[in-house]
Design a protein around this ligand. Structure first.
Ligand code: ADP
Ligand code: MG
Length: 705
């Protein structure tokens, strides 16, 4: 008999404590109350939490959970949790299963092990987790037993954000408030709230576990600090959208099932540009849920890869000379009644509204480009942005020719009388649907309008998408607040909307660029236009401390000065730590693996030569000698530069330099030294016999699955 067909419908969301589960299980009044809490209409009470905890516990136990955990997202970029069992001792010496409203509402993990950037030193060591009612709890199935996972925010005793979720939620509120003001001023009386919709596309590599385990650099840093691309490289491009190999297919199948159980709508999957590189996209969701889902997704990808003898690499640049990985953060603003504010409309009024929101986003990107760049900055992403691949580190907005022309016409005051019916007609008739081909074809733009949303492509593959979205939401909210200020006192909404679009375009059109972002000409042109270019993390982090940044985040009530400072400190420290580990691993591989292997190969090789020469006295070994001396030259070069790297690293570690200054030294001194070490190491890889080479090669890792 055939196996029963597997049903997505039955498993979809089966491990998710969703609103529909709550609707089924909670008394109607209680369900309505939690909905109101989710919408921000009323405050969460302990009585309500108590009611929900009972139902949540029952549901979780039915699903086989033995533990529950408050799951949170500290500033490390990944997630953390503390497990508690449902078991409580009873007075008669037995146990019973319990889960109180209090345990749902609040937890107290040991906060001291998470980065706080000084927030805790100054105040209290304690940190609290608080239930996020807007992101559903879920069951994590594990062989050792299942766990009820409760998404939470992580805050200090005094209420400072120690995580990414807290400011994300605040930024969503800020954007909601300012967008609603604008909509209201434009005459919208039907929409009650807006949602930020986010659809991330996640890139990743898969490599065979047996190779991975033999690469200490991959194991400990996620990227290879030695190695180079074999002759059959990416230039063949045969991997992109190529047939997916069976092992990978079965990984993807299992991954999809796990994600679907959690109601994560993993939708598209395909090979990416690089060999063994893949992409997974979910159907978009509210920014908060999309962020949580992406974090869960990364966890599950690693777990499922392990079951298939594979390793999922999320680092931005695991392999030199091979396209890196990122996330494309698709972002739009929608209303609760289903209007996408970045979707060109069906009538003149909607078109005007569309152009106003479109232009506001462009203005935000131009005004706050350094902050957007900073929101994607990490030592890993530095290898990708500004490398010879998309996207470049200079922020610009791709709009496409049609929209650019439309905005240009409006700015020139020529909107009423279009000569060409291809163009939008403001205030007179309809906007013809934009030609799909007009969306960013070469995909080199870091920030592209793709028909009904913007796609921010600088986001790092390994980190949380929260930072990028916090920044986008806050900066757009700030621009919209100024728009609202003007429209709220307007006597002629149509004329004023038009003039806001005009002013904004005239001030900010320099950020619009529809060409190829790879080229040197663009770098030069961007500089002429006065656009900022921060090639590395360490260049851009100080932007977080500027007074204008503090004002922005305080205005929008997203982050306080203290919280911004703490973030800055955490990011600076993280940068130093990451490079320091990479340098340490590099020294180890160089001294303990590559040099001994090369010496041993050279020894055996010259031994054989001596023997051959004994037999054939007039043998000409001048070429072999050249090869030998080439090997020895590289060995001694590698040895001496490795020693220097090691010494510099130790000196820096022990120095009393201020954190930023130290981080700067890592960039200016350690990274170039690592570059030199790598050159010698990679040269040796091309000289030493494969049999002697101590670590798996790119060829093995990238072409064998
Ligand atoms: P591509 O690879 O061409 O960029 P994909 O279909 O792989 O396109 O991914 C598009 C992503 O954009 C998906 O995650 C999708 O859900 C998301 N998306 C689509 N429409 C919107 C929207 N209005 N707002 C936010 N995200 C969206
Ligand atoms: Mg995309």
């Amino acid at each position: 008999m055939d196996e029963e067909p597997f049903s997505i419908i039955t498993i979809y969301g089966s491990n998710l404590f969703s609103n529909s589960v709550m609707r089924e299980r909670l008394p109607r009044k209680v369900f309505e109350e939690i909905r109101d809490v989710q919408k921000g209409n009323i405050k969460l009470t302990s009585a309500l939490a108590e009611n929900i905890a009972v139902v949540m516990k029952e549901w979780a136990l039915e699903k086989g959970a033995t533990h529950y955990t408050h799951w949170f997202q500290p500033l490390t970029g990944s997630t953390a949790e503390k497990h508690d069992s449902f078991i409580e001792p009873s007075t008669d010496g037995n146990v019973f299963l319990d889960f109180k409203g209090k345990s749902l509402l609040q937890g107290e993990p040991d906060a001291s092990s998470f980065p706080s950037g000084g927030l805790r030193e100054t105040f209290e060591a304690r940190g609290y987790t608080a239930w996020d009612t807007t992101s559903p709890a879920f069951i994590r199935e594990e062989e050792e037993g299942s766990t009820l996972v409760i998404p939470t925010a992580f805050i200090s005793y005094l209420g400072h954000a120690l995580d990414t979720k807290t400011p994300l939620l605040k930024s969503m509120k800020a954007l909601n408030d300012q967008t609603m003001r604008v909509l209201h001023a434009l005459g919208n009386r039907t929409s009650k709230s807006v949602v930020v919709n986010v659809g991330p596309e996640q890139e990743y590599f898969l490599v065979d576990r047996k190779y991975y385990e033999k690469r200490p650099d991959l194991l400990l840093t996620g990227r290879t600090v030695f190695g180079s691309m074999p002759a059959k490289g990416q230039e063949l491009d045969d991997h992109y959208f190529g047939a997916i190999n069976n092992r990978v297919k079965s990984f993807m199948h299992d991954l999809n099932i796990e994600l679907w159980k959690l109601g994560i709508s993993a939708k598209t999957q395909h090979n990416e540009v690089a060999p063994n590189q893949f992409e997974l996209a979910n159907i978009y969701n509210s920014a908060n849920i999309a962020t949580d889902n992406n974090q869960i997704e990364m966890e599950i990808m690693k777990k499922i890869a392990g079951k298939h003898g594979l390793v999922c690499l999320l680092h931005e640049k695991p392999f030199r000379g091979v396209n890196g990985s990122g996330k494309h953060n698709n972002w739009s603003i929608g209303t609760n009644d289903g209007i996408n504010l970045l979707e060109p409309g069906d009538n003149p009024h909607e078109n005007m509204q569309f152009l106003l929101f479109l232009m506001s986003v462009i203005e935000a990107v131009d005004t706050y480009a350094p902050l957007l760049r900073a929101s994607t900055a990490s030592s890993g992403n530095d290898h990708r942005l500004g490398g010879n691949e998309a996207p470049p580190s200079i922020i610009s907005v791709f709009l496409g020719d049609a929209l650019t022309t439309i905005l240009k016409r409006i700015a020139a005051g020529k909107d009423g009388q279009p000569t060409d019916d291809e163009f939008i007609q403001i205030g007179t008739s309809n906007l013809p649907s934009l030609n799909k081909d007009d969306t960013d074809r070469n995909r080199t733009s870091p920030f592209a309008f793709t028909g009904n949303r913007f796609e921010f492509r600088m986001v790092p593959s390994s980190g949380s998408i929260a930072d990028a979205n916090i920044t986008l939401n806050t900066t757009v909210a700030e621009v919209l607040s100024k728009v609202a200020d003007r429209l709220e006192v307007s006597k002629d909404i149509e004329a004023d909307t038009k003039s806001i679009i005009q002013d904004s375009y005239n001030k900010h059109h320099r950020i619009i660029f529809n060409g190829d972002g790879y080229t040197q000409e663009w770098a030069e042109e961007a500089e002429k236009r006065g656009l900022c270019n921060f090639p590395t993390t360490i260049d851009v982090l100080p932007e977080l401390q500027k007074q204008s940044t503090v004002s922005l985040y305080e205005n929008q009530k997203v982050l306080s000065k203290m919280e911004l400072d703490s973030r800055y400190n955490v990011f600076v420290e993280k940068y130093t730590k990451e490079i320091n580990i990479e340098a340490a691993i590099m020294v180890e591989i160089s001294k303990l693996q590559i040099i001994p292997a090369a010496v041993s190969f050279a020894g055996d090789f010259s031994g054989s030569l001596v023997n051959s020469k004994k037999i054939i006295m007039d043998l000409d070994i001048s070429t072999e000698k050249k090869l030998l001396s080439e090997i020895h030259k590289n060995i001694s070069g590698l040895l001496s530069i490795t020693e220097i790297l090691d010494k510099q690293r130790n000196t820096l570690l022990e120095s009393n330099e201020e954190d930023y200054q130290r981080a700067l030294q890592y960039k200016n001194k350690i990274l170039p030294l690592m570059e030199e070490v790598r050159e010698y190491g990679d040269a040796l890889e091309k000289l030493v016999s494969k049999e002697y080479w101590p670590i798996p090669t790119y060829e093995e890792m990238l072409f064998k699955l």
